[in-house]
Ligand binder design. Structure first.
Ligand code: PEP
Length: 261
């Protein structure tokens, strides 16, 4: 099956790579993409905060067609928030994208649905683009509540956002049990959730928003998921830490895009 929405692949480097290693990986990705461009696919890399400035310089000096993302942002503009980073700080570093509500933030750092909503509003009303992460734990799926659970997470996060800000939101479905586990959700599970999320987005005047899948995506399973899972791209963790596997995922998406000439 071909895809009519321009795909997006986001690499989430998590808490990996110091700034020297990050520059190296950024350069490697840039070289491979220069030799074999993926002109029908949008590519974003999201390094740790401390690497952003170095990676931004490499992207600019090498004129790479890659956008810069951050893994998190504080919902406030400034003030007494030790250890946190604000949106204007990110903007000065040419960051265009921010991950909002990644499950590791929700689970390990107590990011509530309410805080996800506030953070999404901060990003989406600023002119920057947000990747809103949603997804259920295994127990929720075992109880058959995964569709309702994700719908609730999504509706809560976008509640009150105006139409223009909604257009800045991409949704990433990331079942917690698939993240970093080495076993992705099945294509059928991904297709079911993607069509559910897209139906909600249509009913919320967000029909243009892309829906990504994340959770143990690799160079080996990317083609079948993008072909039959109904997704518009991927949020990639582990496989984004090696240039070859990350770019192979980008090319899998690129090859599926039906709008190409
Ligand atoms: C993620 O953390 O967003 C992710 C999808 O990780 P992985 O690809 O390693 O499962």
């Amino acid at each position: 099956m071909t895809n009519h929405v321009r795909p997006l692949v986001v690499g989430n480097w998590k808490m990996n790579l110091d700034f020297v290693e990050a520059v190296h990986l950024g350069q490697q990705i840039g070289v491979i993409l220069k030799n074999r461009p993926a002109e029908h696919t949008d590519v974003v890399i999201a390094p740790p905060f401390v690497d952003l400035r170095s990676v931004a310089s490499i992207i600019a000096s090498e004129r790479m067609l890659i956008a810069l993302g951050a893994q998190h942002v504080n919902a406030q503009e400034n003030g007494a928030h030790t250890g946190e980073v604000s949106l204007s700080m990110l903007r000065r570093l040419n960051v265009d994208w921010v991950l909002v509500g990644h499950s590791e933030r929700r689970t390990n750092y107590s990011m509530s649905d309410e805080l996800v909503k506030l953070t999404l509003r901060t990003v989406a009303t600023s002119g920057m683009k947000a990747v809103l992460c949603v997804g259920e734990e295994s127990g929720v799926r075992e109880e058959g509540r995964h569709l309702d659970f994700v719908a609730e997470q999504l509706r809560h996060a976008i509640e009150g956002l105006d139409e223009k800000s909604r257009s800045a939101v991409t949704v990433a479905y990331e079942p917690l049990w698939a993240i970093g586990s080495g076993t992705s959700a099945t294509v059928e599970q991904i297709a079911e959730m993607t069509s559910h999320v897209k139906a909600i987005l249509r009913s919320e005047s967000m029909a243009e928003s892309r829906v990504l899948y994340g959770g143990s995506v690799t160079a080996d399973n990317a083609t079948s998921i993008i072909t039959d899972g109904g997704v518009d791209g991927f949020l990639v963790g582990g496989a984004s830490l090696k240039a070859e596997s990350f770019v192979a995922i980008v090319h899998a998406c690129n090859g599926c895009y039906a709008g190409k000439r």
